[in-house]
Design a protein around this ligand. Structure first.
Ligand code: T4K
Length: 407
C-alpha cells in the first residue's frame, strides 16, 4: 500500500500499513523439522539440565566461534553479568554507562557493588577512556563497558587505562555476537565478557547467555558461581547460584548458531536498505558504525535531530500506529530510574550526552520477521512523515505520545 499524502497515515485516520506488527527483535524461528530432531534427542536421553551433552557441545562451539579459551553458558545475559561480577571478587564502585539496558546496572546491585554512572561519547554512544578516566577514585574497583549495538567499546583505551590503574574490566557484550574489532573477537577484550542469547538477539536460545574469559583461574570461579552443585572442580567463591542453561535452550542456541551467518547477512541487507533509503532525508542520522569492526547488524539505530518539528516520541507514535514497532533505546537512562535516581543525584554528576541520546535515539524493525519490502514501506512512511514534519506536528499536537514500554 503506497501512502501518497499525510492523510494516508494511520495516525491521521488513514489505513494501517502492517496488520501484523514488525518487531525490533531478531526472533529467529528454527526450522520445525530440525527442531523436532533436537527435541526428540533430549526426550530420548531424558536428560534436561545440569550440564548435559547439548550444553557441553554448545560451549565447545562457542569457544570456537567466539575465539576464546573459556565459555560458560548461563540462564540469560543478566545472570551472566551477575556470575561474572561475583567471580571477579571485587568490592566498592564500578564505573558504568547510564545509556544502557537496565540489566547492566542491576547486575552490579546483585553483586553488592555500587554503580557510578559516567557519560558516553555522543558519537559512539559508549563510554571510553576519555569519559571514564577523570572519575576513577580510591573506591573504584572496575569498569563495566557495554558494546552498544555490537560496536566495540574502546577496547584499546579501556584496557590500557584499567591496566595502568589496577582495575578490572568487564564487558557487557550482550549485543555482540559475531562482532569484532580489528579482526579480533570482542570476547578477547577485558577480563571477562557476557553475551546474551535472548529471543530478540541474533543467537536465539529463547533465554540464554554465555560468560567468556581467557583467564584460567577466573574461569574456574565463573564455573563454580553459576552452579550450586558441589563438584571436584569447585573453587572457593563468596556466593553461588543456579545459573545453568538447560538442554532445551542449548538446542535452540545450536540451531541459531547454524544460521548465524545467514541471519547476519539478512540483517545487513535490511540495515543498508534503511541507510540508503533514508540517506537524503532531513533530521535523521544513523548511529555510528565502526569501520574497523565486523558487526552483526541486529540493530538499525537512528537519531532524530532536535530541530525536527516532530519529537522522537511523536515519530515513534506515528510508526507504532502503522504496525511498525519502533523502539526508544535506551529510554530513560538508568540513572533516571529507581533505585538509582536518588543515589546518582547525590553525586551531582551530570550526564548530558546520555540524556540527549535517550531523547533522540530509536530503533527500526529488523531480523527474521522483517523483509526487504517491509523496510521499503517503512522508509516511505518516514519519508512522507519527515518531509511534512511541520504540518503533521501541528495536526497531532493533541495526540498523546506512546507510552508502550519504558524503553
Ligand atoms: N545488557 C544489554 C546491553 C542488553 O541489551 C540486555 C538485554 C542485557 C544486558 C540483558 O540480557 P538478557 O538477560 O535479556 O539475556 C529486550 C530483551 O528482552 C533484552 O534481552 C534486550 N537486552 C533488550 C535490549 O531488549 P524488551 O523489554 O525491550 O523486549 P520486548 O519484549 O519489548 O521485545 C522487543 C521486540 O521483540 C518487540 O518488537 C516484540 C518482539 N518479541 C519479543 C519477544 C520476547 C517477539 O516478537 N517475540 C518474543 O519472544 O527487552
Amino acid at each position: 500500500m503506497l501512502k501518497r499524502t499525510i492523510d494516508d497515515l494511520k495516525i491521521l485516520d488513514g489505513q494501517k500499513q502492517f496488520e501484523q506488527e514488525k518487531p525490533v527483535g531478531q526472533i529467529h524461528i528454527p526450522d520445525r523439522s530440525e527442531f523436532d530432531v533436537w527435541m526428540k534427542s533430549v526426550m530420548q536421553r531424558r536428560y534436561f539440565t545440569n550440564h548435559g551433552p547439548l550444553v557441553g557441545k554448545l560451549e565447545e562451539v562457542l569457544r570456537e566461534r567466539l575465539d576464546v579459551e573459556h565459555a560458560y553458558t548461563v540462564t540469560n545475559g543478566t545472570v551472566g553479568l551477575m556470575v561474572a561480577l561475583v567471580a571477579l571478587d571485587i568490592k566498592g564502585e564500578v564505573l558504568v554507562p547510564s545509556f544502557t539496558f537496565p540489566a547492566t546496572v542491576e547486575a552490579l546491585k546483585w553483586a553488592k557493588l555500587t554503580p557510578r554512572f559516567v557519560d558516553v561519547d555522543p558519537r559512539t554512544h559508549m563510554i571510553s577512556r576519555k569519559t571514564v578516566e577523570e572519575h576513577i577514585n580510591v573506591e573504584t574497583s572496575a569498569v563495566l563497558g557495554v558494546h552498544v549495538w555490537g560496536r566495540a567499546c574502546d577496547p584499546e583505551g579501556l584496557q590500557s587505562l584499567c591496566k595502568e590503574k589496577g582495575l578490572k574490566l568487564i564487558y557487557d557484550a550482550c549485543h555482540g555476537f559475531a562482532c569484532d574489532y580489528n579482526s579480533t573477537s570482542l570476547a578477547r577484550f577485558g577480563d571477562v565478557s557476557v553475551y546474551s542469547m535472548h529471543a530478540t538477539k541474533v543467537v536465539n536460545a529463547a533465554e540464554g547467555g554465555v560468560v567468556v574469559t581467557r583467564d584460567d583461574a577466573l574461569a574456574a570461579r565463573i564455573n563454580t558461581v553459576r552452579n550450586f552443585h558441589r563438584t571436584p572442580a569447585d573453587v572457593e567463591v563468596e556466593m553461588r547460584m543456579n545459573g545453568k542453561m538447560s538442554e532445551l535452550q542449548a538446542a535452540m542456541a545450536l540451531m541459531a548458531l547454524g544460521k548465524l551467518e545467514q541471519n547476519v547477512e539478512r540483517n545487513k541487507t535490511l540495515y543498508y536498505s534503511y541507510i540508503n533509503g533514508l540517506a537524503s532525508l532531513a533530521y535523521l542520522k544513523p548511529a555510528y558504525l565502526d569501520k574497523n569492526g565486523k558487526n552483526n547488524f541486529q540493530y538499525s539505530v537512528f537519531e532524530l535531530s532536535e530541530d525536527c518539528p516532530l519529537s522522537r516520541d511523536q515519530l515513534v507514535t506515528i510508526l507504532r500506529a502503522e504496525g511498525v514497532y519502533a523502539r526508544r533505546y535506551f529510554y530513560p537512562c538508568v540513572h533516571r530510574l529507581d533505585p538509582y535516581r536518588d543515589a546518582h543525584n547525590a553525586t551531582s554528576r551530570v550526564l548530558p550526552n546520555s540524556e540527549a541520546l535517550a531523547e533522540k535515539v530509536f530503533q527500526l524493525p529488523s531480523g527474521a520477521q522483517v523483509s526487504l519490502e517491509d523496510t521499503k514501506a517503512i522508509i516511505e512512511i518516514l519519508r512522507l512523515t519527515l518531509n511534512n514534519a511541520g504540518q503533521i506536528a501541528e495536526r497531532i499536537k493533541d495526540i498523546p505520545v506512546c507510552e508502550a514500554g519504558s524503553q
